[in-house]
Design a protein around this ligand. Structure first.
Ligand code: NCD
Ligand code: ZN
Ligand code: ZN
Length: 401
């Protein structure tokens, strides 16, 4: 049954148009000035319609850590945040480092209400599993210690992993970003490298060394864009994550990187931990982010710190291109009907009690933001509508490589 979204404002090549969008089944069928017949009509009231966001860095915590999050609660949080596709991280229990663990996770993820994919974990000795793993988004390699014991230190193993994987995501901090790039250059490896959560001027500089700029993509998180080390003084463990929040100078360098095109992707690094866990002396690192990324960015838009075009590029188009996700990331006829309707004038505070993530806290609690997603459509189904979730199951994404 076709669905017509009437009075949509959309952005094409930096120009704003008023259009109607016809959705047939799970696809965008027409973007038109006409009013084609449909069974359902939604008046978008001249709000902006963007492609649903693709978040390439999400810890859904299932299996093994479902007291923190699971594919249902995490995906509901994503839908509320205007995110229609998530790529899950492998540091679960068991970790996603074997074909069997991947297949098990695949079954568990079927309860997700947003589309999903899997980043497969690298270990010292799982090259054969990496090669056998089907339909994975990337291989994730941890070069530094963080949540989950998945650190790989041995440079020969790291080299082998870079050689075996067309796209490797690294968790690397400080000098390890340079070390990773040096391995690529020294061994003339042509595969792609994606540097997760770049947090400082120095890491950005290492990642964007001119000689292999095109081979390396840079991700930043809203945490490092909208907070700095001063937040640790007031929030304590609730602002502690890997990599740690840095100085205001570093924070500014990341914003400059967005403006000058050095940053390719903004992703949440949604890393929920329970309040009780954060209150312990040896608290775990990481903060949730699915429900606040888009509002923070729309608020930044309202303050003239980022354009809508840039938000679309870094949160929709580039994730689809870099991870080669089929049929997503663009508002185009024939593409999947993954859409978010954003009210750019809506002013509302982030409030812990409103959150759908199982951990139910945010470092941004109390912050008033202007610009909020009000409706999220996944595969042609309305999954989030003004505070309400409709539990419609979504699909695993496919990759074009
Ligand atoms: C993440 C987690 O909790 O899984 N924590 C974090 O501080 N970012 C792991 C990670 O992304 O390094
Ligand atoms: Zn990490
Ligand atoms: Zn992470």
């Amino acid at each position: 049954m076709p669905l017509l979204l009437k009075n949509c404002r959309i952005l094409v090549n930096d120009k704003v148009y008023s259009k109607n969008i016809l959705v047939k089944k799970d696809k965008i069928s027409k973007i038109t000035n006409k009013e084609p017949k449909a069974d359902g009509i939604i008046d978008v009231n001249n709000n902006f319609v963007l492609p649903g966001l693709i978040d390439v860095h999400v810890h859904m915590r299932e299996p093994g850590l479902t007291h923190k999050e699971d594919f249902l609660t995490g995906s509901m949080a994503a839908a509320k945040g205007g995110i229609t596709t998530i790529l899950d991280m492998p540091n679960t229990i068991p970790p996603t480092t074997t074909v069997a663990a991947l297949e098990e996770k695949r079954k568990l993820a079927s309860k997700s209400v947003v589309n999903y994919g899997f980043n497969f974990g690298a270990t010292l000795n799982n090259l054969s599993d990496i090669k056998k793993a089907k339909n994975i988004a990337s291989v994730k390699l941890y070069m530094d210690a963080t949540t989950g014991a998945m650190k790989v230190e041995d440079f020969d193993s790291i080299t082998d992993i870079f050689r075996a994987s067309k796209l490797t995501i690294i968790h690397a901090e400080d000098m390890n970003v340079k070390a990773a790039i040096d391995i690529l250059i020294k061994n003339k490896i042509k595969n792609k490298l994606h540097v997760a959560h770049v947090s400082s001027a120095k890491e950005l500089q290492y990642a964007k060394q001119n000689s292999i700029k095109k081979q390396v993509s840079v991700e930043v998180t809203p945490n490092h864009l909208f907070m700095n080390e001063k937040y640790i003084q007031t929030l304590g463990a609730f602002a502690e994550m890997k990599p740690r929040l840095k100085t205001e100078h570093d924070q500014k360098a990341l914003w400059d990187g967005i403006k000058n095109g050095e940053v390719d992707i903004i992703a949440t690094d949604h890393a929920p931990h329970l309040r009780e866990e954060k209150e312990q002396a040896n608290y775990p690192f990481g903060v949730p982010g699915l429900e606040t990324m888009l509002p923070l960015l729309l608020d930044a838009f309202n303050q003239n710190n980022i354009t809508l075009q840039k938000i679309m590029q870094l949160c929709c188009e580039n994730p689809a291109k870099i991870f080669k996700i089929k049929n997503k990331g663009f508002l185009k006829e024939g593409y999947d009907a993954d859409l978010v309707i954003a009210d750019l004038d809506k002013r509302q505070a982030v409030r812990n009690e409103d959150l759908l993530t199982k951990c139910r806290w945010s470092p941004f609690d109390g912050k008033i933001l202007k610009g909020w997603p009000v409706m999220t459509i996944v595969n042609g189904n309305v999954v989030y509508d003004n505070g309400q979730i409709n539990d419609v199951k979504a699909k695993e994404v496919q990759y074009g490589r």
